[in-house]
Design a protein around this ligand. Structure first.
Ligand code: BEZ
Length: 253
């Protein structure tokens, strides 16, 4: 995904629930005062600020300049960096991530980079889309592209099963791995159109603007029978993969 696609203002309008629903994974992180923690893909810093308020020595990285600017305005220490390839020249007590890893194009590159930034015996804790996440939405977008007679650009999110992700963590020296798949039907406050205009664009980014809008409108129509209730409220079929893992002593001095 292009790093500059994210606009902090429209994200806050259509997707504030992403950080609002992040507290259960913060509980798994169990942050302690003065611990050094890296927030991987901190976005506009809404959840990062909550960690800062708990007394954590928090650093955020994000690939979008718009998000980095928004987080900087909250007084947070944030840098622009790619999760696949970052080098901060320091080691943290924990790396935390919320709703970011499903955007990866190479999970091994990300987890290897995380391991390089952790002290030995320290933890990697996070949550992202797991196996089956937004399955109805993905199917509707693919169907709408076909019905339009347009080319499928081949975009997909990374939604591993717990076993698949456990194996990734183990490959990079993580131990004591806990992984849970958690269905979490989620209200979309600006409806399916708002959701798809924020998150669905990578499926159609290779097409012209009018075709994109026709496909998104068709997907909304296809989904209305299953994800919209009789009062017009939309509920998206989210499934979270939540994890906690500790870096073994072999990886980092
Ligand atoms: C998620 O948090 O699961 C998600 C976010 C954006 C697009 C798809 C899924």
């Amino acid at each position: 995904m292009s790093e500059n696609r994210w606009d902090a203002q429209s994200y806050a309008h259509n997707a504030r629930f992403v950080s609002d629903l992040g507290m259960p994974v913060v509980e798994w992180l169990n942050p302690q005062e003065a611990e050094s923690i890296l927030d991987l893909g901190c976005g506009d810093g809404a959840l990062t600020a909550k960690l800062a308020a708990m007394g954590v020595d928090i650093t955020g990285i994000d690939h979008s300049q718009s998000m980095v600017d928004a987080a900087g305005k909250l007084g947070l220490s944030v840098l622009r960096a790619d999760m696949h390839n970052f080098a901060l020249e320091r080691h943290f007590d924990a790396v935390f991530t919320n709703a970011v890893l499903h955007w990866t194009r190479d999970i091994d590159a990300v987890v290897a980079c995380v391991a390089l930034h952790l002290k030995s015996d320290s933890r990697f804790v996070g949550e992202f889309g797991g196996f089956g996440n937004v399955a109805a939405v993905v199917t509707a977008m693919r169907a709408a592209i076909q019905l339009e007679g347009a080319e499928d650009g081949g975009f997909s999110w990374y939604y591993p099963s717990p076993n698949e992700f456990r194996a990734v963590l183990a490959r990079h020296g993580f131990e004591a791995i806990r992984v849970e798949l958690i269905p979490r039907p989620t209200h979309a406050p600006t409806g399916m159109l708002g959701w798809l205009n924020t998150f669905g664009v990578p499926f159609v980014a290779h097409l012209d603007a009018k075709t994109q809008q026709r496909i998104i409108a068709r997907a909304v129509e296809l989904l209305s029978g299953s994800l919209r209730d009789h009062e017009g409220n939309w509920t998206v079929d989210y499934v979270r993969l939540r994890f906690h893992a500790v870096l073994g002593t072999g990886e980092q001095a």
